[in-house]
Design a protein around this ligand. Structure first.
Ligand SMILES: *Cc1c(COP(=O)(O)O)cnc(C)c1O
Length: 441
């Protein structure tokens, strides 16, 4: 069997089959697309499970009291939530819609945490009424609003406080969240975090369990976690002394990177785990804190590598001495990441993954924006109309951020199971779906 190029950014079950084409769990990708249509998102169950297990094992090995909490905003689907539940993970949501989606998939409500910087009264009502496990409070307004809502419903709500530790994660400006100039969290630096602890502890319907931060994403470096854990633990020790806060739970968020390009691979999950656990253990000893239960919140790293987007090539435009544009049947409508924050992807020919280099081309989407480009200047074998191109590492933040710009129906999604079955887990939208919300007089 021929060796698969860029294997580190493809699903773990990817291979080249007897016909010389890309396969996932032994299933020929071209045949899957012929059955379910193009463009198509294909998810590999084996990769999702392997990532869940890698997180659980790597973290518990170095810090036994760890829970892994999957961020459903990275990609949510009833079939995927079943796998996540089956692997023993918790989840988080950031809107009432994501909560409704998780509840519709029968995810245990006590294992759900509600994040977000501006939850509405209605959303908080829905969450508290449903019996949600945790709410992570993000603003002074929310402390009072949630206390009021819980009071009205006659409940005591378990909460954590989201802090902003002023640590630069060295990722894209638009995906940094734990810096001083951010809409997220109570800043330790400005004194807001202390005021929030004081205020939350004084509310009669809130049970404050601990502290949380999330630095941003994707983080290819380990040092920012180390720096932020130490800083937040020093803060927790001060809050224990001054306000009597017992930090029973602690969360350093998610943001663990995945490989998008074969030339830029992230640290292993075990390396993230060791860094975070070592800093937490050391800080607890240094500041005399009881070691808290730790909650790790990966989103991208659980599903990113599991997903592959497949597009069909249409027109090819050659501008001599300038560039060659290969247009495909999807684009920013199903993957806005390159346009939004200059995300980069590998591109692979599905029909000829090991094909000889033919030329450099830019993969353009079909949407009416010049910025609708999926990948710039990628090296490809010879491709023509009707050929299939795969974008690996498309499992996170593509479909969830998809839009219906240009009234383009969003793609179907297929899960390839560990038993090599192909299961449609989201049907392709139809024109009727898109027309349904308009009001015709
Ligand atoms: C988005 C988010 C995560 C997950 O981030 P990933 O980069 O997908 O791992 C975790 N925690 C919070 C609070 C988030 O907003």
């Amino acid at each position: 069997m021929r060796k698969l190029p860029i294997a580190d950014v493809l699903p773990i079950s990817a291979s080249i089959n007897g016909a010389g084409r890309l396969a996932i769990q032994g299933r020929d990708v071209r045949e899957i697309v012929e059955e379910f249509g193009s463009p198509l998102y294909i998810y590999d169950e084996a990769t999702i499970r392997a990532m869940c297990r890698d997180f659980v094992t790597s973290f518990r090995e170095v810090y036994p009291q760890t829970e892994i909490e999957y961020s459903t905003k990275a990609f949510s689907n009833p079939a995927v939530l079943k796998i996540i539940e089956d692997e023993g993970l918790h989840i988080d949501v950031v809107t009432g819609g994501e909560l409704a989606f998780a509840l519709a998939a029968d995810f245990p409500v006590e294992k759900i945490n509600f994040h977000g910087n501006n939850k509405t009264r209605q959303e908080l009502m829905e969450a508290v009424e449903a019996g949600i496990g945790r709410i992570t409070i993000d603003s002074f307004h929310e402390i009072e609003l949630l206390n009021e809502v819980a009071g009205e419903l006659g409940k005591t709500q378990v909460v954590n406080l989201r802090l902003s530790p002023s640590v630069d994660p060295h990722t894209h400006r638009l995906t940094s969240t734990g810096v001083l100039d951010s809409k997220f969290g109570f800043s330790i630096e400005t004194g807001d975090a202390e005021k929030a602890v004081d205020s939350a502890l004084s509310q009669s319907n809130l049970d404050v369990k601990g502290l949380h931060f999330h630095l941003g994403s994707p983080l290819f470096e380990l040092e920012p976690y180390d720096e932020a854990v130490e800083y937040v633990c020093a803060f927790a020790a001060r809050m224990k002394y001054v306000h009597g806060l017992e930090m029973e739970e602690f969360s350093p968020g998610g943001g663990m990177a995945i490989g998008y390009l074969g030339s830029k691979l992230p640290p292993s999950i075990a390396e993230y785990a060791t860094t975070i656990a070592d800093s937490l253990t050391a800080a607890c000893t240094k500041y005399g804190l009881t070691e808290p239960r730790m909650i790790i919140e990966p989103g991208r790293s659980i599903v990113g590598r599991a997903g592959v987007a497949v597009y069909t090539v249409g027109g090819i435009k050659r501008i001599p001495g300038v560039r060659t544009y290969i247009s495909v049947d999807g684009g920013m409508g199903d993957n806005i990441r390159p346009a939004l924050y200059e995300a980069e992807y590998e591109v692979m020919s599905v029909d000829d993954p090991t094909g000889e280099f033919f030329g450099t081309a830019t993969i353009a989407g079909k949407f009416c924006e010049s910025g609708d480009v999926l990948a710039r200047d990628v090296k490809l074998p010879e491709v023509g109309p009707g050929d299939l191109l795969a974008l690996p590492a498309s499992g996170a933040y593509c479909v969830p951020m998809a839009s219906n710009y240009n009234v383009q129906p969003r793609p179907a999604i297929v899960l390839v199971t560990e038993q090599s079955e192909t299961r449609l887990i989201r049907r392709r939208e139809t024109y009727a779906d898109l027309l349904a919300t308009s009001v015709y007089e």
